[in-house]
Design a protein. Structure first.
Length: 94
């Protein structure tokens, strides 16, 4: 519903988008050593950062540790979460 305010907060957990590097486990802010390139879900943000989108065709947005989102007219569908990764495996499996 338009104007509805949704608060999203990371509580706990760590993950990696690089299973070949045991030192690359990160939290919701992502890996500050790597800025995501073109082809990532949200290029320009850190790799592995926690993201969300509204609807299957919604644009990815950063959650980080916490974000507040106000529902807009054109936002329709479920809330999806992902890490900022190379969704098409352009840069390798992750």
């Amino acid at each position: 519903m338009k104007g509805t305010c949704v608060e999203i907060q990371h509580i706990s957990g760590a993950w990696t988008s690089n299973p070949n590097n045991a030192d690359s486990w990160v939290g919701p802010e992502g890996d500050a050593r790597y800025v995501a390139k073109q082809g990532y879900l949200l290029h320009g943000a850190y790799e592995s950062a926690l993201l969300f989108k509204v609807g299957e065709n919604g644009r990815p947005r950063k959650v980080g540790r916490h974000t507040t989102y106000v529902h807009a007219d054109n936002d329709d569908g479920n809330l999806y979460f992902s890490i900022n990764d190379d969704a098409s495996d352009i840069y390798g499996v992750g």
